[in-house]
Every structure is written in structure tokens, then in C-alpha cells.
Design a protein around this ligand. Sequence first.
Ligand code: C5P
Length: 298
Amino acid sequence: MPEAGLAEAFGVTEEARAKINLALHVTGQRADGYHLLDMLVTFADCGDRLGFLPAQADAFTLSGPFGETLAGDGGSNLVLLARDLLRETVGALAFPVHIHLQKNLPIASGIGGGSADAAATLRGLMRLWGMSLPVESLAGLALKLGADVPMCLESRPLIARGIGERIEAVPDLPAFAMVLANPLKGVSTPEVFRRLAAKNNPVLHLAPGLSGTSGWLTAIGSARNDLEAPARELVPEITMISQMLQARGALITRMSGSGATCFGIFTSMAAAQEAASALHGERPDWYVQATETVSGGM
Ligand code: C5P
């Protein structure tokens, strides 16, 4: 459904922006098995889109390039889990709703599609149902849906620690011109964590008062994604994607989340768009997207 169509058909719409882990350091592990992480996260101007409309009975419809893939997942969909969890919390206020998800992001791809959809569902249903929750209660609900859902509620540059729930805004982070590329091989996050060799790596250290694009690029360049090595064992194409992005002028390339999407940062959107069309020409079977990330001062 085109952008205008979704807004016309559904009174309330929400963006579920792609989440990009500029850095992801695994610093420890909790007793329950969850890993402690230090992450520098930003959000792209591309993503899924959701529409919400009062209905006689609950309904859920899908469109977009990855809609059919997700349809096979049925009830495990995070959108429906978010709807049910919020309804449990608000009770009688929560009238039936038709939710439409335009699934533009590949599934299980490390850029938070499912988490961003869940966060957008919480935001959209609160608007539709005319309710609000204290920030801490909402963040608590989000965390029940997944470790990345609280940060997707924010959808702006941030540092997340703990398992992702200790969030601090990064207002100085600039916008970046990026290319996202994914070989359309879904990656299981628990499987990547299981394959991690070291679970107590150095924390993410960002010098205080970092400013300007070049200062941030140096800081990001010297950080890491500790999940990249185990993800490469599952999806060898990750190495090839990084090389292809570098060959087309990326200043920095890295995998996001538990993969397999990799990003390349470029000097300008024109350079990113040129690299994306070249990569798409070479690998039409991959997901390739040029995008600008949001700046901290948005
Ligand atoms: O919270 P979420 O459902 O996104 O996590 C999926 C799986 O990824 C968890 O069950 C866990 O195995 C792993 N995980 C982890 N440490 C984190 C986040 C996720 O080990 N901080």
C-alpha cells in the first residue's frame, strides 16, 4: 500500500524505523543466560509502516515485500503480542482494532524489524485507544516483548546497556548516509549468542564531548560488533557484503545486531545511492537499501 494510501485508510499510522547497531560489545552474561551489552544505536529513515483503525473485531493484515514471509509466522508475530499485552494492561478501554503492517524490512535480519513493529504497535494503540502510560510502565511492557523493544520506542540515537533496557540519549550523534545490505538469509539471534566465544569483552568507550561527523566516525571505527564473528559462521556472505561495500567507497562497514544485515557509511547520500544501485545490479537477490539515519538533534 503506498504511503498516502495507508494514511487515508487508517486514521493512526506509525513508522517502525530500522534499528542500526553502530557498535555492539558483549560485556558479560546474566545468571538467566541473557548477555550484557554496550550498544551505540541509531535509526534509519526506512522501515516498516503500521496503520490502526477501530474495528468490529480484531483483524491483522499484511502487505509489503516481506509481508508474505511474515504471514507464515502466524500468532508469534510481535505486533499481535504487543497488542495483547497492552490490552491486558488497559482493560475496557481497548476496543477491537484492525492493524495493518506494511513489512518493508527483511525478517530476522538484525535491524530490529520485529522489535520496531512491536514498539510502533504500543505507540499507535495508545493513540488509538486515547490513553497514556507513565514512561517507566511503557518501557517495562516493551522489555517484556523483547530486549530491543524499549530502544525502538525511542527511535533516536542512544546508548543502551544492560540487556538493552538501560538507555541514554545521544543528542550529538550526527546523521549518516548509509547502505544496508542483507543476503536474505534469516539469522536466529539465540543461535548467534550461543556461538559467541568470548562473553566478557571490553566495554564501549566513547570519549566525552565527542562532536562532528569525523570525530564520531573515528569513535565508531574503533568500536566493534562482537556478534559479527559468530554470525559469519552461519552466513558466510557477511564477509562478502563488507568487502563489496568497502569496494564501493564505504568509510566504515559493520554488521548490525545479530545479522545478517551489514551497513556501510558513505560520505554523502549521493555516494550511498550510487553504491546501492551498483550493489543491487550485482546482487538483485539481496535486500539493498540506501538510507539516511536520524540525527540526535532530530
Ligand atoms: O529479547 P529477545 O527476544 O530479542 O532475545 C532473543 C534471544 O537472544 C534471547 O532468548 C537470548 O537467547 C538472546 N539474547 C541474549 N542477550 C541479549 C538479548 C538477546 O542472550 N541481551
